[in-house]
Design a protein around this ligand. Structure first.
Ligand SMILES: Cc1cc2nc3c(=O)[nH]c(=O)nc-3n(C[C@H](O)[C@H](O)[C@H](O)COP(=O)(O)OP(=O)(O)OC[C@H]3O[C@@H](n4cnc5c(N)ncnc54)[C@H](O)[C@@H]3O)c2cc1C
Length: 368
């Protein structure tokens, strides 16, 4: 007999299981249908011995001290600050757009003040910023939108920026300084020994049992528990009663290359390079930048967005929000079941947001 069945061993499930067991002495069974813990943050060594992130590169970043301190219980950090370049007009330019982006793109020598004036001249104010296109064009004008965002959004979402929520592009800042960090949060990094090592430490407790390679539904008749914390897809939980929630997926294509002869011993200048207008992939990530690993080879991953496959990105538009609300209404009526995480809440969360939500759930609802 378990006190809790936790479905899904990603960040949401692992934090809930860890807190329930270590702080409240609860007996927890955590189940995942994959053959590993860690959900989409799982990392492992590939055949060449290079540490890779199986579901795309993950940089941890947060302003939430409580979340950062909580994770310090399970890992030391490599203090990595993520930088991204966009390959535009044959040049690798800083993204988010900053002073160097504009100067290098147009061959100018503007100061920060002059760049602010430039944005003021070219921006097209929108009475109401509704779409992903409005959010960019109203800040930096149409040319920068078309060069950096239009093609990338279309490839990534399979939809025009004008059909997507403003939230898609609004979270990307525009800077008039030369700061070229992708995130400006106070705490940034990757776990020193990898994400999987972090999750392993979280779950290494006598009160926690882990079951992998198992869809929870297949073993429900065989186990006894009092409560469920569900971090899988909410539409699947309700047998797709109102139809499937739409997601965008990604195909990850890995390649391992020798570094001999490459400038600085790396394939590309930064951890991630985006390709808004060239090729079918949206971005290329090189893991060594993230992990700091020294190795005569390097592994990169090219990301090709897809309509079908693993559910990665909830589609941010009105129809999908309305459909999710119908499932959320069903979820609210369930007894002794809690829904949390990116699939259960149908929401793109960063890792720190999931950790924060999971800590809150345990403290405010489950601990009562
Ligand atoms: C390409 C990509 C890059 C990202 N990069 C970053 C980044 O740089 N920084 C950042 O902060 N965030 C990043 N994220 C977001 C991050 O991955 C999520 O915040 C995090 O994984 C959410 O954790 P979760 O536990 O909610 O979901 P998940 O990690 O998806 O875990 C859910 C688990 O539930 C399991 N499951 C589902 N159904 C069942 C079932 N029926 N039975 C048993 N198990 C089931 C799944 O197998 C999965 O392991 C990225 C996301 C993507 C897609």
């Amino acid at each position: 007999m378990f006190d809790y069945l936790v479905v899904g061993a990603g960040f949401a499930g692992c934090v809930v299981a860890e807190r329930l067991a270590s702080q409240y002495g609860q007996r927890v069974l955590i189940i995942d249908k994959r053959d590993h813990i860690g959900g989409n943050c799982y990392d492992c060594y590939n055949e060449a011995g290079i540490l890779i992130h199986r579901y795309g590169p993950h940089t941890f970043h947060t302003n939430n001290r409580k979340v950062f301190e909580y994770l310090l219980l399970f890992t030391e950090w490599r203090y990595y600050q993520h930088r991204v370049r966009a390959y535009v007009d044959g040049k690798f330019l800083p993204i988010p757009i900053n002073l160097d982006t504009v100067n290098q793109l147009y061959g100018l020598n503007l100061s920060s003040r002059e760049l602010a004036e430039y944005f003021e001249r070219v921006r097209e104010p929108a009475p109401q910023v509704k779409t992903a296109e409005d959010a960019v064009v109203s800040q930096v004008g149409r040319d920068l939108f078309e060069k950096f965002f239009k093609g990338l959004t279309l490839k990534h979402w399979g939809m025009e920026a004008s059909q997507l929520d403003a939230s898609v592009t609004r979270r990307i800042p525009v800077r008039t300084s030369r700061d070229d960090r992708y995130f400006s949060d106070r705490y940034q990094g990757v776990p020193k020994h990898g994400y999987t090592a972090l999750f392993t430490r979280m779950l290494r407790q006598p009160q926690i049992s882990v079951l992998l390679n198992t869809d929870y539904r297949t073993i429900l008749p065989e186990i006894k528990f009092k409560r469920i914390v569900f971090t899988g897809p909410i539409d699947e939980y309700f047998d797709y009663r109102y139809g499937p929630l739409p997601y965008r997926s990604v195909h990850f294509e890995y390649e391992t290359l020798p570094t001999a002869g490459l400038p600085e011993g790396t394939y590309q200048p930064t951890g991630t390079v985006t390709y808004p207008n060239d090729y079918d992939f949206t971005r290329v990530a090189e893991f060594k930048h993230f992990t700091g690993q020294t190795h005569p080879l390097t592994t990169i991953v090219r990301q090709y967005p897809r309509d079908s496959g693993e559910p990665y990105y909830p589609i941010p538009c009105e129809e999908s929000k309305a459909l999710y609300q119908k499932y959320a209404a069903l979820a609210a009526k369930e007894k002794n079941v809690w829904f949390i995480g990116r699939l259960a809440n149908y929401r793109y969360y960063n890792m720190d947001q999931v950790v924060e939500k999971a800590l809150e759930l345990v403290e405010k609802e489950l601990a009562l």
